[in-house]
Each structure stands twice: as structure tokens, then as C-alpha cells.
Design a binder for this molecule. Sequence first.
Ligand code: NAI
Ligand code: A1CAB
Length: 346
Amino acid sequence: MLQIYRVLGRHGFRDSFFPLAFRSSAALRGFSAAIFSPPVSSVKLTAEQVKGPVHLQSVIIVPQATAFPNAMTSATAVLDKRIGFLGSGQMAEALARGLIKRGLVTAERIACNDPNPVRKELFKSFGAMPYDSNVDVARNADVLFVAVKPQHVAQVLTEVRSVLTETHTVVSIAAGITVEKLVEAAGPDAHVVRVMPNTPCLVGETAAAMCLGGKATPEDEALVRTIFEAVGKIYTVDEKLLAAVTGLSGSGPAYVFMMVEALADGGVRAGLPRDIAQALAAQTVLGSAKMVLETGTHPGALKDMVTSPAGTTIAGVHELEKAGVRAAFMSAVVAATERANQLSKM
Ligand SMILES: NC(=O)C1=CN([C@@H]2O[C@H](COP(=O)(O)OP(=O)(O)OC[C@H]3O[C@@H](n4cnc5c(N)ncnc54)[C@H](O)[C@@H]3O)[C@@H](O)[C@H]2O)C=CC1
Ligand SMILES: O=C(O)[C@@H]1CCC=N1
């Protein structure tokens, strides 16, 4: 029977479970702060918990209070890798800040470059290390995020190609740039992972998907998973599905922000003060999303639970249906998906 050890949570850590094989393996080097309980072999593990040690091959657990006295949320691990950003724009900032906030990396282990000095100053302001060239970033990073606009991806990868080694994991977040193009620019030996994240990684709630390319290994995949699971959720998909991911979750925050803004406007129109209307709108979206995720109940059934016969909600729902709101959301996802497909052909 699989023997399970429990690593007791300390200083805000969640308890973790490890199969016996990992108790003495290299994967646990550095777990000096962890306390092992007696084996608890009867414990029921979720698939995620069993996968845990695999993800932890490149991390070291330390007590959060020692490592990150100012961390805003509890972290389970510190990544033993340096992170680099080629391009320090909106998405790079959201990811960098999210990773720091979650305590996965310390800011000084984040390298970045950008031709815009304002962006470099901004990264410097939260403790990251700006460099003068993309090559310098690559030399000072193990995980190298390509976070420029799609049309600049080939150029920046070609620039750093000569300094890439097999220890680099190159992660492109560019919409529509295929792994084939990434490998063409980075070289056939590059460990390439293509990810489509979204900006809520800033608050630890990204919805992302990835696929592997070039010489990328399961270790690269596990590493990228560790990074994105620190700031939300990530799924591995076939590359052909990444355009749809881009149309749904990559672009999706914009649709939801528009919805929150419009709901708040409706509240103001109905007489609420702006600040209360906006807070109620955002909290309603948050709570409803949580109900979908945590209950596993179909959203249609959850909607039915709100709509009383001849009540208020059905009157509102009727207006949404008359305006074609469902078709509008579907069309938005499809249009953004088509645009992502266009980008990959350019
Ligand atoms: N913004 C979003 O919500 C999401 C963006 N993405 C992808 O992330 C990538 C970046 O998007 P954003 O952050 O929104 O764009 P952005 O325009 O905010 O950031 C791109 C940055 O790259 C810099 N840059 C341009 N040429 C460069 C070079 N040669 N070397 C280094 N830096 C250079 C620009 O100065 C800019 O600051 C895009 O490929 C996009 O498809 C993916 C998912 C979501
Ligand atoms: O609008 C864009 O092209 C990027 C990709 C996904 C979200 N923003």
C-alpha cells in the first residue's frame, strides 16, 4: 500500500501529503522546516495531492514567516529558479506581481527587460531586476517568459537564441504564436512551453492553459504548472485548442470587466451610490463564479435557484434574453478565437 506522510503546515502553510517514495528522495532536499507526522496511509488523496511531489521537484519549502514576512497570502513553496521577462508590459507585470505576492519567488530573482524605460522603472519599483538587454535577462533566468506582442516574438527569441541552454525553460505567452514558430526562432534544442494565461494572475486567480514544444520535458511542464498554480489554475491542452482558450479565458477578463461595469451602471441608474454599486457587482460575479466551481452544479440550475416565479430575477433575465446576451458572449469568444487563429497564420 502507498504510504503517505503528512508534512504539517507551519507559519501559514497548508498541510501537504507525500507518498513514501518522496520521503527520502532528492525531491525533499531542503525540507528542513517541515515536520513529518507518522505515516497516515489511510488518508484519501485527491489526484492533485498525489501529483504534488512531482511539482515540487524544483522547490524548497521554508516557513513563510522566515522567507516572506510581508507576503500577502500564504505560499506553499519557494521556487528554486530565476524568472526572466522579455518584455515588461501588462501581462508580465500581472504575472510578476502575482508570483511575488503569492511568495513563489522573491522579487530580486525576477529579471526583466523592455525598451520602454518607464516599464523597467516600474518593475524596479517592486524589487525586480531590470537589465539592459534581452540577452542579459536570458543569462540571468532559468524560466524565460516571452511577454512581448506576438509580432515581436521571433525577433526577441532570435536575439537570445545563442545564450539559451538546456537548463532554460522558454515560456511564450504570446497569442497565436505556434510552438513551431517558437522553436524555429529559439532553436531546435530549446525547451519551449506555450501558455495562454490571463491577467487575474495578479490576484492569484488566473485561468491558463499550456502545451509543450521543442525539447520540452515533463519536468518543464511540471515547472510551468508549479508557477501557474501559485497564481491560479492551468490545464495542459492540445495546441489546436489554445486559440479557443485565448478567446475564452485569455481575453475573457475584458468581457467580465465590461459586465461588472455595466452591472454597476445599472445599480447607479437604479439609485445606488457608485462605490456600493461597483462593490456589489464585483462581489456578485465573484460569489457566482465560486458557486459554479465549488458546487459543481450546472450554471443553468444555479440560475433557476435565483429565479422565483413571477419574481424580480426572471424580469431581469427576460431583458437579457431579449438583448441576446448569451449569443453576444458566445460570439465574443468565437470572434476572439478566430482572431487568435489569424495571428498564428501571420
Ligand atoms: N494582456 C493580456 O491580458 C494578455 C496578453 N497575452 C500576451 O502577452 C503578450 C504581452 O501582452 P501585453 O502585456 O498585453 O502587452 P504590452 O504591450 O503591455 O507589453 C509588451 C511589452 O513588450 C515590450 N517590448 C517591445 N519590444 C520589445 C523587445 N524587443 N524586447 C523586450 N521588450 C519589448 C513593450 O515595450 C511592452 O512593454 C502578448 O503577446 C499577448 O498576446 C496573453 C494573455 C493575456
Ligand atoms: O488581446 C490580446 O491580443 C491579448 C491576448 C489575450 C488577451 N489579450
